[in-house]
Design a protein around this ligand. Structure first.
Ligand code: SF4
Ligand code: SF4
Length: 476
C-alpha cells in the first residue's frame, strides 16, 4: 500500500517521482458493474470474432477490401466514389460519439473500446492466472513467465488473424493459414506485424494507450458538460476522510447523516482505504475529481461499494452521476447539446438514406481518350476517342450497351457489345464515338452517351464531341 500512499507525489499516475514507469497491477473488484461489463465484453469479443464469418446476400457482412477499394457493409457494396455517403457516414459517427459522450460520458471507453475489453477481460485475467492476484504473493515457478507470454502470443495471433479477416475476407485468410508462409511472405509479414503490435500494446504499452495515445480522452473536456454522466466521488459525503472508528464490539461506527443512525460523527464515509485506487486500471485516485485518465470503467464504484457494504454504510460514495448532481444541483437531462446533436444526427441519417436510395446498379463514367481531338474517317465520318468505365454494383454479371441517342447515324465502335462486366467488377474500355460528317461540323458539340444494362439499368452522361469546325465536305 506504500506505493499508492505516495501517489500524490506523482506528476502522472503511471510515472514514479524519479521518472520511471510505474507498472500497474490493478486489483479487480468483481462487483455488479464488473459483472455487467464482463457480459458486454464477451458479447463484443464474440461479435468481433464471428462477424467476418457472416454473409449477407452471398457477400461478407463486413469486408473492408482496401486493396480493391471495395467496402462491403451489411449487404451493400461501397466504393471510394461514394464520397457523399462516406462523408455523411463519418459525420454521423462523430455526431453519435458527441451525443453519447454528452449523455453517458466515456461509456465507450469503459464498456466498449477494444483496448479496454481485451486488456481487462482477456490479457489481465491471463496475467492473474499465471502471476496470481495483485496484492498477494506472486505465484512461484520459473515456467510461469514464459507460459504467460506464450499465451499472450497465441491470443495476439488469434486477434491479428480476426483483425485481418476484416480486410482480406475469411476465405482468403483461410487460404493464407493453410499455405506455407514462404508462399505468401507479404501477407505473413502483415499478420506477424499485427501480432507484434498487439503484443506491444497489451503487454507493454497497456493503459498508456488511453492516457497518452488516444485522442478521444483529450477531447472529453469539450465533449462533457456538468450534466454528463460520469463516475465521480461524492466529497460532501466522503470528506473528511479517515479510518473508520470501531465500537467496542469491533463493528465500525456509522456516520451521522449517512444512514441517520445518530452515532457519533468522526469522519466522512471515506475510510481512506485506497481500494478505489488499487483497482483503477489507469492508476488514478477518483477522489481528486474528474480526470482525463479516467476511462469510466466503474471499477472504483465496485471497490468502494464493497467497502461501504462491509462497513454497513450505503453504497454510492463513488457512483455514476453528474458533476452538477454530485454538487447537489437539480438533475437536468435536457440541455442544448443533447437536443442539437440528435437534430443534426437526424439530418445526417436522412442524408444517408437519400444517398443510399440513389445508388444505382452501376457507376458509369465516360472520359475523353488520349490522342488527337478528332479523326476524319475514310467514310467522311468524324470520330473522338473516349474511355467508358463501368462499375457493376450488382451481385450478378451484367451486359452493357453503349450508344449515342439523339444523333442520327451516330455509333460507338471498338467495344464488345454488350460489354460484359462481372458482379462487383470495374471495366474500362477505350472506344471511338463516331458521328456522321454533317453532325460534326461544329468545333464542339455537346452530345449524350447512353449506357443501358441487361438488368434494366440506364444512365446518360454528357460528352463534349470535337468536330471539324467546317461544313461537311467544305473548308474549315
Ligand atoms: S474505496 Fe471508497 S472508502 Fe476506500 S478510499 Fe476509495 S472512496 Fe474512500
Ligand atoms: S477512476 Fe474509477 S472509473 Fe475512472 S478509470 Fe479509475 S477505476 Fe475506472
Amino acid at each position: 500500500m506504500a506505493a499508492v500512499d505516495r501517489q500524490h507525489d506523482r506528476v502522472l499516475s503511471t510515472l514514479n517521482a524519479d521518472g520511471s514507469r510505474r507498472w500497474l497491477r490493478p486489483k479487480p473488484s468483481r462487483g455488479r458493474f464488473w459483472r455487467r461489463r464482463r457480459a458486454v465484453a464477451w458479447l463484443l469479443i464474440a461479435l468481433f470474432a464471428l462477424l467476418p464469418h457472416l454473409k449477407i446476400n452471398g457477400r461478407p457482412a463486413v469486408l473492408l477490401d482496401v486493396a480493391r477499394r471495395e467496402f462491403s457493409l451489411f449487404g451493400g457494396v461501397f466504393y471510394p466514389t461514394d464520397t457523399v455517403l462516406l462523408a455523411l457516414f463519418v459525420v454521423g459517427v462523430f455526431l453519435t460519439i458527441f451525443l453519447l459522450t454528452a449523455l453517458f460520458g466515456r461509456v465507450w471507453c469503459g464498456w466498449g473500446c477494444p483496448q479496454t475489453v481485451y486488456m481487462e477481460f482477456v490479457f489481465r485475467p491471463i496475467e492473474r492466472f499465471f502471476d496470481g492476484e495483485p496484492g498477494r504473493t506472486r505465484r512461484r515457478g520459473a515456467w510461469r513467465t514464459p507460459a504467460k507470454y506464450a499465451a499472450f502470443v497465441l491470443v495476439s495471433m488469434f486477434l491479428a488473424h480476426v483483425f485481418l479477416a476484416y480486410f482480406v475476407g475469411i476465405d482468403e485468410l483461410a487460404r493464407w493459414v493453410r499455405r506455407s508462409p514462404a508462399e505468401h511472405p507479404a501477407s505473413f509479414l502483415i499478420m506477424a506485424s499485427v501480432t507484434a503490435l498487439m503484443m506491444f500494446d497489451f503487454c507493454f504499452f497497456r493503459e498508456q494507450t488511453c492516457i497518452v495515445a488516444c485522442p478521444y480522452g483529450r477531447f472529453q473536456s469539450v465533449l462533457l458538460d456538468r450534466r454528463s454522466l460520469i463516475v465521480s466521488y461524492d466529497p460532501k459525503r466522503g470528506e473528511p476522510r479517515g479510518k473508520a472508528k470501531r465500537a467496542a464490539t469491533g463493528v465500525p461506527l456509522p456516520v451521522v447523516g449517512a444512514n441517520g443512525t445518530g452515532a457519533p460523527r468522526t469522519n466522512g464515509d471515506c475510510v481512506d482505504c485506497f481500494k478505489c485506487v488499487a483497482t483503477c486500471p489507469t492508476g488514478i485516485d477518483i477522489r481528486d475529481g474528474l480526470q482525463m485518465e479516467c476511462i469510466h470503467c466503474a471499477q472504483c464504484i465496485d471497490a468502494c461499494d464493497d467497502v461501504m457494504e462491509r462497513l454497513g454504510r450505503p453504497r454510492g460514495l463513488i457512483r455514476y452521476g453528474s458533476q452538477a448532481g454530485i454538487e447537489g444541483e437539480r438533475a437536468r437531462r435536457l440541455r442544448p447539446r443533447v437536443l442539437i446533436y440528435p437534430l443534426l444526427l437526424a439530418g445526417v441519417v436522412t442524408g444517408i438514406v437519400v444517398a443510399l436510395s440513389r445508388i444505382e446498379g452501376a457507376d458509369v463514367t465516360v472520359l475523353r481518350g488520349p490522342g488527337l481531338p478528332f479523326n476524319v474517317l475514310p467514310t467522311g465520318e468524324v470520330s473522338n476517342q473516349a474511355v467508358v468505365r463501368v462499375r457493376n454494383r450488382t451481385g450478378a454479371e451484367v451486359g452493357y450497351e453503349v450508344s449515342v441517342p439523339g444523333v442520327e447515324g451516330a455509333r460507338v465502335i471498338g467495344v464488345e457489345s454488350p460489354l460484359r462486366v462481372a458482379a462487383g467488377a470495374l471495366r474500362s474500355e477505350a472506344v471511338s464515338i463516331v458521328l456522321p460528317a454533317d453532325a460534326a461540323t461544329q468545333r464542339r458539340t455537346e452530345i449524350t452517351v447512353r449506357i443501358t444494362g441487361t438488368d434494366g439499368f440506364a444512365a446518360e452522361t454528357p460528352f463534349r464531341f470535337f468536330g471539324t469546325g467546317r461544313a461537311a465536305g467544305g473548308r474549315p
